[in-house]
Ligand binder design. Structure first.
Ligand code: FES
Length: 103
């Protein structure tokens, strides 16, 4: 599993990931917070519905799209956690009405 290399003295913020309130290090990426919380599914594939997860972790592949504070299509590997942030696995498929999500 994933382990943080940050020192324990780093300041902590609370975020909610798929309904679970978890502590995260201030300044760490949303993807890192998700991985450390054991929630590695970022979205479902639009056509097949298969679970997807971060791949490149550097803003290139777009596999890490999540919904943050109600905004879909946010790259979890680039966004940094903030106090009170709400993160949801994104579930925009051909059957969920992509037009309702601004796509
Ligand atoms: S994991 Fe590739 S863009 Fe985020």
């Amino acid at each position: 599993m994933f382990t943080s290399l940050r020192r324990p003295s780093s300041s902590t913020v609370m975020v909610t990931i798929n309904g679970q309130s978890v502590p995260a290090h201030a300044g760490q990426t949303v993807w890192a917070a998700m991985a450390l919380a054991g929630q590695t599914v970022t979205r479902q594939a639009a056509l097949s519905g298969e679970d997807r997860s971060a791949f490149c972790a550097m803003g290139v592949c777009f596999e890490c799209m999540v919904e943050i504070d109600g905004q879909p299509n946010q790259q979890a590997c680039l966004r940094r956690v903030t106090e009170g942030m709400t993160i949801q696995t994104q579930n925009i498929t051909e059957h969920s009405g992509a037009q309702n999500h601004g796509l």
